[in-house]
Design a protein around this ligand. Structure first.
Ligand SMILES: *Cc1c(COP(=O)(O)O)cnc(C)c1O
Length: 233
């Protein structure tokens, strides 16, 4: 089995250390405990050799946003890490995703929840679902409108999935702080009716400090650890 080159391993190790350092500093600034945060390393567009190197470096959570790529990369042989599915998906992908994902961050439509519910009932795996919220009124990047969150959360809680909480991507070109503050309010309102829904998935390479200041529990970080995807996207 050929793995990542020594040079690539060193690069990933340095980047991962730098991100962990940012997490620790951001927590110190707002008096939070860094061990309460979960770092999800987003490996989309990067090869399995990078994934294996990251796992060797202690990474426990991986994020992918396309079913076909995730399945090809992570399933055979299975990765020794939790898999987070963070992208929009068509209902015909639900069975596949339910076969390897531990957490699905991108639930924003009743149909997607129903399809995943059927798939999880059929395969018996334990899958946690997060409601993706749109914080800019637009639907382009996915996400439910904030007023639709309670009904979607009820649907997940009534399904075979475990309701984990909420997820959002900060709107482009706007202050992430105000978006993450809004998400924090939505998350608190959700916990009033679903106390178990404690996950707040927010914060990416460019805005993780702001997300931590506003109560994020899960950070989804790609570029700062793996490098730019520009040549692939
Ligand atoms: C790609 C992606 C990320 C990672 O973004 P970076 O800026 O590379 O850290 C996080 N969340 C979602 C939903 C993504 O699609």
């Amino acid at each position: 089995m050929s793995g990542a080159t020594a040079e690539r391993r060193a690069e990933l190790a340095a980047n991962l250390a730098a991100v962990r350092d940012r997490l620790t500093r951001a927590c110190a600034q707002v008096d939070r405990d860094p061990t309460q945060l979960r770092l999800v390393v987003v490996t989309k567009y990067f090869p399995r050799t990078d994934v294996d190197a990251l796992i060797d470096l202690g990474v426990t959570d991986l994020g992918e946003n396309r079913d076909q790529e995730a399945r090809a990369k992570l399933v055979d042989p299975p990765v020794r890490a939790r898999v987070h599915f963070i992208g929009q998906f068509q209902t015909n992908k639900a069975t596949s995703i339910a076969g390897y994902a531990d957490v699905v961050h991108s639930l924003d439509r009743p149909k997607a929840i129903a399809a995943l519910d059927r798939a999880v009932r059929a395969n018996g795996r334990e899958v946690t679902g997060l409601i993706q919220v749109s914080l800019d009124g637009a639907t382009g990047r996915g996400g439910a409108q904030p007023e639709d969150v309670p009904a979607l959360a009820d649907a997940v809680a009534a399904s075979a999935l475990r309701l984990g909480g909420v997820m959002a991507v900060a709107p482009l070109g706007a202050d992430p702080g105000s978006a993450f503050a809004r998400l924090r309010t939505i998350a608190a309102e959700l916990r009033a009716s679903h106390p178990e829904a404690t996950i707040v998935s927010a914060g990416m390479s460019g805005d993780l400090e702001s997300a931590i200041a506003h109560g994020a529990t899960h950070l989804r970080v790609g570029t700062a650890i793996l490098g730019s995807r520009q040549s692939h996207e």
